[in-house]
Design a protein around this ligand. Structure first.
Ligand code: C5P
Length: 236
């Protein structure tokens, strides 16, 4: 069986609605992402429940704080048995290194990925947050920082994946949100890509939320995207 490439973003308001979806899927069909909304509502107990059911869990809390605080948060996340966790590359080199260092010694070390530039941000908005360069340059810079700090990979738009793959090689993990099939609304995402194109661009994992969780038939939506990915021949 191929390794699941889809990470479903469980952006639900609480454990009950999240589990309604989870009860219908199997770990071989997808991994699961718990983000700020669900974690704040349901807490570590839900993470443990999902892990017990055999799912790989991506805890996407995008830690961004002083190095000591982030390091301690990463340790706490590792104790929950998560498969992947995220920090913000904008936290800087010392924070990234502290996060990486904190995971040392865990028997099942989670993969550590850094968010570069959120996929909801467009080029025109960068100036307002003090970034004078172009979006792709900023992404490359932050990805380089993550790479040099020993992180396993980055969260980026699939549009940036070919460039990052070329720069940082095969082993650098590229996790891409902002995935939309051609016929679906973009919601608040700006730098969007279809599942097929994301795979062809070199993404390792596709984070997909609303196109699956808010579909009339979420299971069918997941199956269809898995089939689309299989057609690219890029399964691991
Ligand atoms: O519903 P949708 O497919 O847009 O969900 C995307 C998910 O990916 C959300 O949970 C969001 O927090 C997350 N994400 C993102 N952009 C990033 C990092 C994470 O959209 N750069």
């Amino acid at each position: 069986m191929n390794e699941p490439r889809i990470i479903v973003a469980l952006d639900y308001p609480g454990a009950q609605s999240a589990l309604q979806f989870v009860n219908r899927v199997e770990p071989r069909a997808c991994r699961l992402k718990v983000g700020q909304e669900l974690f704040t509502a349901a807490g570590p107990q839900l993470i443990e429940q999902l892990a017990q059911r055999g799912f790989d869990v991506f805890l996407d809390l995008k830690f961004h704080d002083i190095p000591h605080t982030v390091a301690q948060a990463c340790k706490a996340a590792s104790k929950l048995g998560v498969w992947m966790l995220s920090v913000h590359a904008l936290g800087g080199r010392v924070m990234l290194a502290a996060a990486r260092e904190a995971l040392q010694g865990f028997k099942q070390r989670p993969r550590l990925v850094a968010v570069t530039v959120l996929t909801s941000i467009k080029n025109e908005e960068l100036g307002e947050i003090g970034v004078s360069g172009k979006l792709n340059e900023e992404v490359r810079l932050l990805a380089g920082l993550a790479h040099d700090s020993g992180l396993d990979g980055v969260v980026c738009s699939a549009q940036e994946a070919p460039d990052l793959r070329k720069q940082f090689g095969r082993k650098f993990c590229l996790v891409t949100p902002g995935i939309r099939s051609a016929r679906v609304a973009e919601d608040d995402q700006q730098r969007v890509t279809t599942p097929r194109r994301a795979m062809e661009n070199g993404a390792d994992y596709l984070v997909i939320g609303r196109p699956i969780t808010q579909a009339q038939d979420p299971l069918k939506a997941l199956q269809e995207i898995n089939q689309e990915i299989a057609k690219t021949g890029k399964q691991k």
